[in-house]
Design a protein around this ligand. Structure first.
Ligand code: AMP
Length: 171
């Protein structure tokens, strides 16, 4: 199988080539068509097997790119959030898609400014919830991704995530 078989936007194929990817990994081959069809999905694969591109590429392909926040990715740790944000930025570069990374222990004002300009937010649960509860950001994403969901449950983030869901459209 080849990435071209997914019929992704030319800007995404360009980014895939630039990243040096030659063929989809198994989790990508399985997930990308399902997400492109608009279905919800739970995917499980080892670390380092390309899960970021497995959700990132099809979602980037479907985004309207109208300047609003269209995608919310929730990650258990700041390190993972930064890594995912970098990877999505790399794929979205030729579509001019901006990402904002939201995590604790750093300036609120800078993150709020970045969110206002972003189409994709990659966040850890605690800081995201702070910003939502304090009405510092308002978002209506069309896609929500729970990255390393099992890890987030192990870390006790279930209640935070349920509360975050109260701030995004039910559908
Ligand atoms: P991830 O599991 O998403 O953290 O990806 C692990 C690493 O594999 C990252 O450096 C990705 O850029 C890279 N990667 C993801 N998909 C592919 C692919 N199809 N071919 C080669 N490298 C890939």
């Amino acid at each position: 199988m080849k990435f071209e078989d997914f019929n992704l936007k030319q800007e995404l194929n360009q980014a895939i080539n630039k990243a040096g990817f030659t063929e989809p990994s198994p989790v990508q081959a399985d997930s990308i068509p399902i997400i492109l069809e608009g279905h919800d999905i739970i995917a499980q694969a080892q670390t380092g097997t390309g899960k970021t591109a497995a959700f990132g590429l099809p979602v980037l392909n479907k985004m309207k790119c109208d300047g609003s926040v269209e995608v919310l990715v929730i990650c258990p740790t700041r390190e993972l959030a930064m890594q995912v944000s970098d990877e999505l930025f790399k794929f979205g570069k030729y579509l001019n898609i901006k990402t904002a990374t939201v995590y604790g222990g750093t300036s609120y004002s800078r993150q709020i400014k970045h969110v206002e300009q972003a189409s994709i937010i990659v966040a850890t649960p605690g800081r995201l919830l702070d910003l939502l509860k304090n009405n510092q950001i308002k978002i209506s994403p069309s896609w929500v991704i729970l990255d390393e969901a099992d890890e987030m449950l192990d870390m006790g983030f279930l209640e935070d995530i349920k509360t975050i869901f109260k701030y995004v459209p039910e559908e």
